[in-house]
Design a protein around this ligand. Structure first.
Ligand SMILES: NC(=O)c1ccc[n+]([C@@H]2O[C@H](COP(=O)([O-])OP(=O)(O)OC[C@H]3O[C@@H](n4cnc5c(N)ncnc54)[C@H](OP(=O)(O)O)[C@@H]3O)[C@@H](O)[C@H]2O)c1
Length: 261
């Protein structure tokens, strides 16, 4: 796919990966409605970019917020060609102590928002028999990680949604891409996570490299892509032999627990 003149809604556009992705998409000639909750951060990112970009400050944690975001994006772009669901929240915590409101927020932003944005755009995609939906999941959406229970749950759900929708749209030309990075060096991972990652030997990628893979996945029309080795192999092992992975992760879980407080 050639990205030139593609009209794209990108969520999480002010974030660690979103700001780099917006830059690369606009350099490739795409027109981008950049959605993020943080209006100030969005302005800072947009000031650095050239090309056709529209900042859209919106809170995607509610049905109304998602509906308004799509309306505003369509006012800027007209017919939309692509939705990239990149906005997300993380949590590294003991689930028994996690604030219920935070669990709800995680599911709203990581799962409901991609579903609602897709739902809002799909009638138009179907009418034109074209369109691309890109859902950015995580390796944690295929391997449940201790201390990331709600985050893992949200990304498992996003993966399931992507797979089911792709099958539902199999007889159309609408593309659904699910891309699952391993850990990435962005502000999403706070100091506690960075220290835990170091102690447990977690592989962490540079955001630019991951963004290049997202673009590659879009351009080549990939259905799903699990980034990094050996993580992509563990995804397959976990699907077939989860008890083996229970054992393999047990030691790492104990070390990670030390960094929760
Ligand atoms: N970083 C990693 O290790 C990693 C690994 C695998 C997958 N991923 C996935 O990659 C995606 C991008 O992550 P990132 O690393 O770039 O994280 P990031 O730097 O934290 O960016 C995420 C962006 O989403 C925005 N956002 C959060 N809640 C929102 C809401 N209610 N409405 C609108 N925007 C909202 C954030 O805004 P605020 O800053 O205002 O909250 C932030 O700008 C996420 O889906 C994440 O799960 C990340």
């Amino acid at each position: 796919m050639n990205l030139k003149d593609k009209r794209i809604i990108l969520t999480g556009a002010a974030g660690g990966m979103g700001s780099i992705l917006a830059d690369k998409l606009s350099k490739a000639g795409a027109k981008i409605a950049m959605v993020d909750a943080n209006a100030d951060a969005l302005q800072v990112v947009c000031a650095r970019l050239s090309g056709v970009i529209y900042p859209v400050a919106a809170d995607l944690s509610s049905i109304d917020g998602c509906a308004t975001a799509v309306d505003v994006c369509q006012q800027h772009l007209g017919q939309v060609d692509m939705l990239i669901n990149l906005a997300g929240l993380n949590s590294f915590t003991d689930f028994s102590e996690q604030d219920p409101a935070h669990i709800e927020m995680m599911m709203r932003v990581n799962v409901l928002a991609p579903m609602l944005l897709t739902r809002a755009l799909l009638p138009s995609f179907l009418a034109h028999n074209s369109g691309t939906i890109v859902n950015v999941g995580s390796i944690f959406g295929s391997i449940g990680f201790a201390w990331f229970s709600s985050y893992s749950a949200s990304k498992f759900a996003l993966r399931g949604f992507s797979e089911a929708l792709r099958r539902e749209l199999a007889e159309t030309d609408i593309q659904v891409t699910y891309i699952a990075p391993r850990a990435v060096k962005t502000p999403m991972n706070d100091d506690k996570i960075m220290k835990m990652g170091e102690a447990t030997g977690m592989n962490m990628d540079e955001p630019t490299m991951v963004v290049n893979k997202i673009i590659q996945a879009i351009e080549s029309g990939k259905k799903d892509w699990y980034l990094g080795f050996p993580e992509s192999l563990f995804v397959r092992v976990n699907a077939l032999l989860p008890r083996l992975v229970d054992k393999a992760l047990a030691g790492q879980n104990k070390i990670a627990k030390i960094f929760l407080k």
